[in-house]
Design a protein around this ligand. Structure first.
Ligand code: PLP
Length: 354
């Protein structure tokens, strides 16, 4: 791998107060870039001052959403050191997304060096207050400047980072979720299993509608039968029904979340039976009505776990766990955040020290 060339910013930004961080708004002083050209491979890895990209208006990413991304965090531990959670799983998933979008594979060593070196340069930006971290956003874009629909031969992999606070500053308050019955996020054979911007574009309308109706997220149903549960907003989703944990299987339109994987592992460690399978919305509402739906929560890097307190479908409404966070949801949150901030042991080797 070529050495990463570092160009330092002439002036540094004032760092924001950690108590007022808004998710994704406080970008740091530098960013990592590396170019790919067909025939040449990846070249010119560099860290440069953070700033606007110069992109040809005909670039494919702007017209055909030739884009993939990842999201992970760097955590400040009690002894002041910095560590990352399951970074290799993120890079591995990025290469799976790349394959689906006809973007080039990026060597793990290069993708990882871009992240680690940028976090080193920006280490003063990793906050230390409780529940704060440095959010890391690697992404890859197709840049060929031509309007024909083809995969790009010129591509960039870029990493930007920003300090973030607790996702829910007022604590883990259960959210109200609406079962979406009009739009679908993804279909099998489409790009649902890839972390790509287009999936998010497809989700915006339902998200806006839910928000206007007083719900914070939508529960997505499958695009074929419009019956089976897939994800919640931009998180995977889990339910505790009659003592067992249920979560939709990775059927091709559900994203293979790393928080999902981590929760499944912890739940199995604790002796729970975890079923990854098709779950219909009807089954869930029946469980709620007969009292066996004990807990429901979303899982994702940004929020870790997000308890669900109310589910609505058409004119039916059910309360979950008395509208409060359930004990397993709380235990998962405590254990995962414990590992991430280095407060508890890491038996599965999920942590990489900077
Ligand atoms: C990123 C993402 C998730 C959560 O994945 P994590 O690896 O746990 O952060 C779930 N669903 C969608 C659609 C996503 O984009």
């Amino acid at each position: 791998m070529e050495n990463i060339k570092i160009t330092r910013a002439a002036t540094l930004k004032e760092k924001p107060d950690s108590s007022t961080l808004v998710f994704g708004k406080n970008m740091t002083d530098h960013m990592f870039l590396v170019d790919y050209d067909e025939g040449q491979g990846w070249h010119d890895p560099r860290i440069v001052p953070y700033g606007p990209l110069q992109i040809d208006p005909a670039a494919k990413v702007l017209h055909y959403a030739e884009e993939i991304f990842e999201g992970l965090k760097a955590y400040r531990t009690a002894d002041g050191s910095i560590q990352l959670f399951r970074i290799k799983d993120n890079i591995d998933r990025m290469n799976k997304s790349a394959e689906r979008l006809c973007l080039p594979q990026i060597p793990e060593e290069l993708a990882m060096a871009g992240i680690m070196e940028l976090v080193k340069v920006e280490q003063d930006w990793v906050p230390s207050e409780k529940d704060t971290s440095l959010y890391i956003r690697p992404f890859m874009i197709g840049l060929d400047a031509a309007l024909g629909v083809h995969s790009s031969k010129h591509v960039q992999y870029i990493v930007v980072v920003c300090p973030v606070g607790a996702y829910y500053p007022e604590g883990l308050n259960p959210v109200k979720i609406y079962v979406e019955d009009q739009d679908v996020r993804a279909v099998k054979g489409g790009t649902g299993m890839a972390k790509t911007g287009g999936n998010y574009a497809a989700s915006l309308r339902a998200g806006d509608r839910a928000e206007k109706a007083g719900y914070s997220q939508v529960l997505w149903l499958d695009g074929v039968h419009r019956k089976y549960i897939e994800e919640v907003g931009s998180m995977n989703v889990m339910f505790k029904v009659a003592g067992k944990i249920l979560t939709p299987d990775l059927n091709g339109s559900v994203l293979d979340g790393i928080t999902r994987r981590s929760c499944i592992q912890l739940l199995k460690d604790w002796g729970y039976e975890v079923e990854e399978r098709r779950i219909s919305a009807e089954e869930l509402f029946e469980a709620a009505e007969n009292g066996t739906l004990e807990e429901a929560w979303g899982t994702g890097t940004a929020a870790v776990v997000s308890p669900i307190g109310e589910l609505a479908m058409g004119d039916k409404k059910v309360t979950v766990s008395g509208g409060k966070i359930g004990p397993i949801t709380q235990k998962l949150y405590d254990e995962l955040t414990g590992i991430q901030w280095g407060r508890v042991a890491d038996p599965h080797n999920w942590i990489t020290k900077l």
